[in-house]
Ligand binder design. Structure first.
Ligand SMILES: [Zn+2]
Length: 465
């Protein structure tokens, strides 16, 4: 018991004595802007000059691998193996960042240094994701220092292309599945549900983007000569949409709704507050699935949106019947939705309602939604450890409302996935003025130290089962 406290005291010290700032500042200084040309040198240097020496000092065996996509950044796989009878955790981070937008930061701050203003530490990658994996690795080292060993094995994967949509990640993990066999996946990215509320999430909804198009005529036709004689594709498209969703946002396409919520997921979601905080829009309590709570609607059901809808030329409307209409729609979907059926179900629906002339196309590869049951032994274990360190109940989000390529870890590698986010919704990630909050960093360092400590205590789900 004392030792867990000692490890946490050591991580408090790491923060107080400036080491956290110094280590993070070193990582922030690499311009790892994976979306920009000529970033290769920085992407490689981040691994070779910073993480590899750092991890080697902690007894990790480090290997970097080229990306299976020749135009994308490398992967680092670092392993510290203490014994075959010990649990193995896979952890993950990304060392690439969004472009710095160097001249757009307030007060001429540089994105490549840390600038401290009150609670905020500004810098590109502080929140997404250098700050988050720096916290997790420092916590690991604190446990190693105090205990002398971890008490578990670690496989760390760092990718350098997450901000480009993780090119090659799936292929790389598929080709090297043997490297990633583990008992549990624990990593950090994204925001807490509230800055003061330690949070875990365990999966995400996913998104199905599609286009509906109706071409009725070769060109526009004067409505004085042809109105009443020609089909107006905008009107037909509006009726097609009205057949797909009612005026209060309830989905009407047969097979597209998904309102089966396991009791454990329902119980976890019941404790979450949605839509609170500054600069948040007003929620319409009558929108969406009528029989679900507000939180269940965003976390536990499928939702359909019209993203864009065009007919004619809205910038310069003519007195004419437009030739075509196009809708860009999407469905956010939860676990349990058969994604291979979404397009056929839409086709059936449109045909059945007399809209067989509308052409539908799916915009991109779909990935499955993921969600770990909050009653899963590893979820319960993590919740207990984090609550103990926080001395408070934590927020348990079965899956994010947004999307994340968690299926690579959850489905392809078959791991129970637990994410412990160390940022908050107002962090300006992907924009100028990205920052982290001191209060969250301090708390996150302690939470992760407690979590890694407990993982080596010998009473994890793996040993019990
Ligand atoms: Zn990002």
């Amino acid at each position: 018991m004392m030792s867990r406290d000692q490890a946490i005291a050591a991580i408090d010290d790491y923060y107080q004595n400036g080491d956290f700032e110094a280590e993070l500042a070193g990582r922030i200084s690499y311009k790892t802007e994976s979306n920009l040309p000529n970033c290769e040198t920085a992407l490689e240097a981040y691994l070779e000059d910073d993480l590899v020496p750092y991890l080697s000092n902690m007894g990790f065996i480090c290997n970097t691998y080229p990306n299976p996509r020749s135009d994308a950044g490398p992967f680092l796989v670092a392993k510290r193996i203490e014994g075959n009878n010990l649990p193995t955790v896979m952890t993950y981070g990304h060392g690439d960042v969004i472009a710095g937008y160097d001249d757009q930061w307030d007060n001429a701050m540089s994105p490549w240094d840390i600038t401290k203003v009150g609670q905020r530490w500004y810098g590109r990658g502080t929140a997404d994701n250098k700050g988050q994996h720096t916290i997790n690795l420092a916590a690991l080292r604190a446990v190693l220092d105090i205990r002398g060993s971890l008490g578990f094995n670690v496989t760390l994967l760092i990718e350098m292309g997450e901000e480009r949509g993780s090119p090659g990640l799936r292929d790389f993990c598929e080709a090297h599945k043997d490297l990633f066999s583990a008992d549990v996946f624990i990593a950090s990215d994204g925001p807490r549900i509230h800055p003061d509320k330690p949070t875990i999430f365990m999966g995400s909804r996913s998104v199905f983007n599609f286009t509906m198009r109706l071409d009725s005529h070769a060109g526009g036709h004067h409505s004085g000569n042809w109105g009443g004689l020609l089909t107006n594709p905008g009107v037909v498209m509006a009726h097609a949409l009205a057949s797909m969703i009612d005026r209060n946002g309830k989905i009407l396409v047969e097979g597209w709704r998904n309102t089966r919520i396991p009791d454990s997921v329902r119980a976890a979601i019941a404790k979450l507050d949605v839509g609170e905080g500054e600069n948040t829009p007003d929620i319409n309590p009558n929108w969406g699935e009528p029989d679900l709570t507000i939180a269940e609607r965003v976390f536990a059901s499928n939702t359909f949106e019209v993203r864009a809808f065009e007919t004619g030329n809205p910038k310069s409307p003519a007195n004419a019947i437009p030739p075509s209409a196009v809708v860009f729609g999407h469905l956010r979907y939860v676990v349990g939705t058969d994604i291979s059926k979404l397009m056929p179900l839409l086709r059936n629906h449109l045909d059945k309602h007399g809209f067989d002339e509308i052409i539908i196309t799916s915009e991109r590869d779909m990935m499955p939604a993921t969600r770990l049951d909050p009653d899963h032994p590893w979820a319960k274990w993590a919740i207990q450890s984090l609550s103990k360190t926080a001395d408070d109940e934590i927020a348990v989000v079965p899956n994010l409302g947004g999307s994340l390529p968690n299926d690579v870890f959850a489905d392809l590698l078959g791991l129970p996935t637990i994410w412990v986010p160390h940022s908050y919704a107002g962090c300006s990630q992907h924009a100028p003025n990205e920052h982290i909050l001191e209060s969250i960093s301090k708390s996150a360092l302690r939470l992760m130290t407690g979590l890694w400590w407990d993982l080596g205590e010998g009473n994890t789900p793996r040993q019990i089962s």
